[in-house]
Design a binder for this molecule. Sequence first.
Ligand SMILES: Cc1cc2nc3c(=O)[nH]c(=O)nc-3n(C[C@H](O)[C@H](O)[C@H](O)COP(=O)(O)OP(=O)(O)OC[C@H]3O[C@@H](n4cnc5c(N)ncnc54)[C@H](O)[C@@H]3O)c2cc1C
Length: 253
Amino acid sequence: TYLDAHPSRPSLEDLFEDYLHLLPEYQNIDLEQLTFQRALFGFFPCYRQSPLKPVGDRILPIGDSSGSQSPLSFGGFGAMIRHLKRLTEGIDHALQADLLDRAALSLLQPYQPSLSVTWLFQRAMSVGVNQKIDPNQINILLSAVFEQMEQLGDRVLKPFLQDVVQFPALSQTMLRTALFHPDVVLRVIPHVGLPALLDWTIHYANLGIYSLLYPLGQVLEAWAKTLPPSQQYYFHRWLDAWKYGSGADYSEG
Ligand SMILES: Cc1cc2nc3c(=O)[nH]c(=O)nc-3n(C[C@H](O)[C@H](O)[C@H](O)COP(=O)(O)OP(=O)(O)OC[C@H]3O[C@@H](n4cnc5c(N)ncnc54)[C@H](O)[C@@H]3O)c2cc1C
């Protein structure tokens, strides 16, 4: 369940009770037939402006504290593994160039349109406090989108399932969903609201721009080696931002 933190939202305990109440039907089993070992439930905070920026010199949040995980899957461990090489190299460069002030370190947790676009997907799967929607709307939306991704094949579906959003795959999925399920798409627009949609359009456009900038930046890599260490640090942080921010770090396997 995706929720905002509005005070009128149900407590975690209430949600857990709902879960137990629905479990027999959902899993087709009576509660009496189950032997409970441990009750595990919780919530994942996520941030609209993720990743979070460093708050001071010489301090760099990483992992969950940086809020760099997808607001869709909350796969913080996977995100950490994915960014490990980028962070290890970046921290090494920062130490070598002695660039440890807040502004320089914030480039190690850069804006990534590939992450920001996912916020709207979460919005499409959550219901506002005063909103009323068809109880099946979210399931219908998910089925329509996943059906199209499946038809587009593994090169579209696999990166998405591994939290990597890429411009061509996203564009094709959206286009096909709009073509084959226009009614579903039309219902999403009032549900998420125009301001959220316009905000998302900026991140979507940036995703396309980052996808173009990354190969251009790669062409300049040999030239960048001639720069002084501090300028090399900035060049490589931007290159990394374009790479990860466009999902170009994805590799099969
Ligand atoms: C139920 C559940 C399922 C999950 N499933 C997945 C999954 O399938 N895939 C995936 O990618 N991710 C998953 N995650 C998320 C993943 O576990 C986290 O993203 C990951 O553990 C974050 O690692 P971290 O080192 O950043 O933070 P943490 O693992 O939270 O480590 C932070 C540490 O700091 C300690 N600490 C806090 N405050 C202080 C303090 N003041 N002083 C000293 N120490 C302090 C804490 O005790 C803790 O040990 C799941 C999480 C949960 C809860």
